[in-house]
Design a binder for this molecule. Structure first.
Ligand code: BES
Ligand code: ZN
Ligand code: MN
Length: 492
């Protein structure tokens, strides 16, 4: 999709569809009022008819308006005029984009001047419009024989005046595309998206972006390094594990490492999961998918950062060679782990990857993982659940989440929880009992994060929509990760 700024008189813009916001209750803003006047009061009649309240999801498409060059006008509810929040402005963009995509519309112009208000910055709004347009246009077609109606929309222009609007559009579109990349990887089934498939994705990215260098470790190389924890997860599967490292270096600072859990299917292993909704465990690589999204976005935008994307990829299966409860394995760090539940596999692939990451001397490491059902129980599907060992890093991530509306919430990582990981037979167990499962999972990881500032994002709730009608990967927390990378650039 193409994005442009166009601050000409909107009445003269020859477009397939002119999008105009209508405040809740039917009030028109200044720009919308001008369009209303030019069209002989057509907008006011619809907006004021009382047919709709003009909540953010309300829309009306008007064909062949007179007095303006557009073929259609889409009136889109913008919610309450008083104190429009950034969150509502984002929802408006998503709803308006959906309205445009529903029609046979190749070019749309968004007359959004009225939405730039106290809480909503011009550049932010432009970026958000591009991001929401990209993500609204995403269709999953890879494994369908009927792809459905194709997306007709080719280009979007916007009337928002201000500085750096063009750059904002580029940035928003890149974030949207990165979100879609993550959604696509997440949505692909486990028999397509295997560890080797993910490795191939990394190689493809390296071809696409010259600055990106990729290294893929196979099981033999991991055995050599002593990655007994990671390998124990893949032991029952015919699919070989992979440790994927993507290095995008456009700064001389020490690297930021993003590490994604890439369990391409999680059956639970010998501690087999119940059958209900087990298909959703194809989404157990959404952490990895978000790393692909963030890395590709940084490369696309040529951000001046030093970034390493790592993915620990394996399939967790039962089988005659599978790891059994009670088995003890040795991690690359040398610490031994008693596997009391083979379904607590995410921390096992991550811990060896974290030890491997030490060689890069990271300025910070952020891991992203669909790690615990307990995170879903506590927070539902709205929050990225965050823990870590460096409050400054965590505070920055909290702020970035607020700014881009991909929010995180912190849980405590107090020492008291560590003893739940005690084992009679090894240095630690891989589970911490019934209580505080999200925290004890992070406690496990913390033991491998001693050498760098570390944040852990448990995205078990936020990574996909479970409801049958909208089931699918969300692409979170790509916006949060990219916002964080952008904040590093601002810092210089
Ligand atoms: N991938 C799951 C976590 C999960 C479950 C994410 C449901 C989203 C929805 C993870 O590997 C897992 O199985 N965790 C166990 C850990 C337990 C055995 C300590 C869990 O949360 O039940
Ligand atoms: Zn899992
Ligand atoms: Mn599991």
């Amino acid at each position: 999709m193409q994005y442009r700024v166009n601050t000409e008189n909107v009445m003269e813009i020859a477009t397939d569809c002119l999008v105009v916001p209508v405040w809740q209750g039917g009030e028109l803003g200044e720009q919308a009022g001008a369009v209303d006047a030019a069209t002989g009061g057509a907008l006011g009649r619809i907006a004021g008819s009382g047919d709709q309240r003009w909540k953010i999801s309300d829309r009306h498409l008007l064909h062949g308006p007179s007095g303006c060059a557009a073929q259609r006008i889409l009136l889109a509810g913008a919610g309450k005029q008083d104190g429009l929040s950034a969150g509502e402005a984002a929802k408006f963009c998503a709803s308006a984009a959906k309205g445009v995509l529903a029609g046979n519309i190749a070019h749309a112009h968004f007359a959004l001047a009225d939405l730039v208000t106290g809480n909503v910055d011009a550049a932010w709004l432009a970026a958000r419009l591009a991001q929401e347009s990209e993500t609204a246009a995403y269709r999953y077609v890879a494994t369908r024989s009927d792809p459905g109606r194709p997306v007709v929309l080719e280009s979007v222009s916007v009337s928002i005046a201000g500085r750096k609007i063009r750059q904002a559009l580029v940035r928003g579109a890149a974030i949207g595309a990165a979100v879609n990349r993550a959604r696509q990887l997440g949505n692909l089934p486990g028999n397509v998206c295997t560890p080797e498939y993910l490795a191939d994705q990394a190689r493809q990215l390296a071809k696409e972006f010259g600055k990106l260098e990729v290294e893929v470790l196979d099981e033999a190389q991991m055995r050599e390094l002593g990655m007994g924890c990671l390998l124990s997860v893949a032991a029952g599967s015919a699919e070989e594990a992979r440790l994927i490292v993507m290095h995008y270096q456009a700064s001389d600072n020490r690297p930021t490492v993003l590490l994604g859990k890439g369990i391409t299917f999680d059956t639970g292993g010998i501690s087999l999961k119940p059958g209900l909704a087990m298909d959703e465990m194809k989404f157990d690589m959404c952490g990895a998918a978000s790393v692909f999204g963030a890395v590709s976005c940084a490369a696309e935008l040529e951000l001046p950062v030093n970034l390493i994307g790592m993915v620990a990829a394996a399939e967790n299966m039962p089988g005659s060679k599978a790891t059994k409860p009670g088995d003890i394995v040795t991690s690359m760090s040398g610490k031994t782990v008693e596997i009391l539940n083979t379904d607590a596999e995410g921390r096992l692939v991550l811990c060896d990857a974290m030890t491997y990451a030490e060689r890069f001397q990271p300025a910070r490491l952020i891991d992203i993982a669909t790690l615990t059902g307990a995170a879903v129980a506590a927070f539902g599907h709205h929050a990225n659940v965050m823990l870590g060992n460096d409050q400054e890093l965590l505070d920055q991530l909290l702020q970035c989440g607020q700014d881009c509306l991909d929010r995180a919430w912190q849980l405590p990582l107090w020492d008291e929880y560590q003893k739940q990981l005690g084992s009679n037979f090894a240095d630690m167990a891989n589970i911490g009992g019934k209580l505080a499962g999200t925290i004890t999972a992070a406690c496990f990881l913390s033991r491998y994060a001693g050498k760098f500032p570390w944040a852990h994002l448990d995205i078990a709730g936020s990574a996909w929509h479970p409801a049958a009608a909208r089931k699918g990967a969300t692409g979170r927390p790509v916006p949060l990760l990219v916002e964080y990378l952008l904040s590093l650039v601002d810092e210089g």
